[in-house]
Design a protein around this ligand. Sequence first.
Ligand SMILES: Cc1ncc(C[n+]2csc(CCOP(=O)(O)OP(=O)(O)O)c2C)c(N)n1
Length: 679
Amino acid sequence: MAHRGRLNILANILDKPYEEIFSEFEDIAYENLAGGDGDVKYHKGFSSDHVNRSGKSVHLSLTPNPSHLEAVDPVALGRTRAKQRLRNDTDERIKVVPVLIHGDAAFAGQGVVAETLNLGHLEGYRVGGTIHVIANNQIGFTTAPEEGRSTRYATEVAKMTEAPIFHVNAEDPEMVFRISLLALKFRQKFRKDAVIDIIGYRKYGHSEGDEPSFTQPLTYRKIRSRPSVRVIYAEKLLREEILTEEEASGLKDKFTERLRLSSEKVAPGAIAPTASPFRGRWEGFGNPYGFEKTETAVPSDLLHEVFSALTRIPRGFSIHSKLGKRMDEIGKASRGEAPVDWALAELLAFGTLLAEGHGIRLSGEDSRRGTFSQRHAVLRDHETGEEYIPLNNIRNEQGRFCVYNSMLSEFAVLGFDYGYSIVDPHMMVLWEAQFGDFVNGGQVVIDQFLSSSLSKWGVSSGIVLLLPHGNEGQGPEHSNGYLERFLAGCAGGNMEVVNLTNASQYFHLLRRQMKRPFRRPLVVMTPKSLLRSGFVASPLREFTEGSFENFIVSRTDPKDVKRLIFCSGKIFFDLLAVFEETNRRDVDIVRIEQLYPFDGEQFLQILRRYGGAREFVWAQEETRNRGAWTFMREKLEELAGIRLIYCGRKASPGPAGGSMKQHLREQRNIVSEAFSVKE
Ligand SMILES: Cc1ncc(C[n+]2csc(CCOP(=O)(O)OP(=O)(O)O)c2C)c(N)n1
């Protein structure tokens, strides 16, 4: 919900104790936060069980939301869908109902509203209808309706889903109540959205303290002389002889007394500690980030069980002829006759996790086949169009693999998947960008939720972002997953950012994500042209032994090394070509696979092995103002007391140029400089 009325909802609908709310006003509750920086009181979530008069219990849960209006909409829907799954409510979707409370200006103005309306009825994202309540006070901060929308009603956008829209007078509480019931019944019966537009006014200025008559003098003159809804309603009840004067004022006095008593209780130490957010399914996942190695290798039997599921095609099912070749490749890899490429490593990670009982949800644009035709997670019968998902046919008892092609949106879909990920730590949730740069459209979700929700609200997520990244001469678009932006948001072990160079690393990374006693968002810069390349492919034994490595060094004998080249991701292969060609004994390349959290201790241990190294180079293919350079420079120089020489593209407004020739020339220059440049 929006900010306005939030404390009211927390106190009166969710029964959040007034003492707790008052203590937040006094800033006392900060002492009780479960770590992190916290947030202002009107952004926080809360859950409670409400027992009605007939003794039935309803669990109510308010999702924490940032100030960025409407950004929480898809998050709440994703959370709803995950909760429906946990309650086996995936057919009817009537046990968990999402309710979104909007402001009128935000509902008409924010594009994510339309995205969310569109999303909520698609396969993979369906929630059985959302109830939208517009707290329509006919103003947005100081902006009048005619300045804020081109339509008469604030609710026009909802017509796209053919939702019924009820416009109700806010001064008639009984009508609001009746319409709310009607909307709920409609939603439960038809499993579609319903919109309740409650039209009223804002009594005071924006944020209560503002002076509203600077901008709306006439409206506020009228509002000041208007009796409040409480007074209007009390008068009606008096007229209808439902209440007496004494009862009406008694109710008011009782409530004021309750507030007074609660506020008196607020003193340091008087408040019960805030309950840990790591309860229920999150029990045991409240640990801080740690670099301990996680066992992620799998027994050969398990690996082969997944291999055979990947190549087993149901009798009579005809696959596309080109996929027959892919099946042969998988067969060869399973026999150790060919290395395992990136796409196959991913399927093996998914398959082994599923066999171990984890559910997996992968969503993104064209993710079922894969943008680069690499994944083929869903096969289609070439004659009938019927679909078959090999990963759902590994063994009888296994987790379910849910893979969806999303609608063409990043904001709402990433928000939805993030919302899904905060419900169940045992389920793996992945969101994939078509190309890394489109993550732009989901930036609000990244800044306001993904990177900061643990610190602000104690809300953990293990969501995985797959962002195709790398300069390949394709021009300014399609080259960059905005690595630098993720790194700029890193602090306090809030998320992991990796840029990997081989398939088995990816396999161990994905498995590690589900095997640790904490959850953090994981941002993976993924390959494009290298997806099927032998460069990143790994031998089979690397899947049955070993684990994820933060750093990879090339030499076993570092004593002759005078120059160390640090890099991350795809540029390594260009460096490697020269390294092998020139057979330089005095140079080594250190791949930094996990950029954040950065294991400084392990890095120093590696550095100590290269006691003779005097020159340190950072090589990257990204432009100087992008990639990991600024982030790593400060880190490495401070940590190790070294000076780094930069070898990479010069700073530029765009992430890459438009010419392939220029791209190749620049790539060659970076590499030759990395081996030869002097400070
Ligand atoms: C995306 C975004 N832009 C701007 C703001 C600043 N802002 C806070 S409240 C508000 C007005 C919102 O009006 P409305 O949606 O009608 O809700 P109301 O505050 O009137 O309840 C604005 C512009 C914001 N919080 N989020």
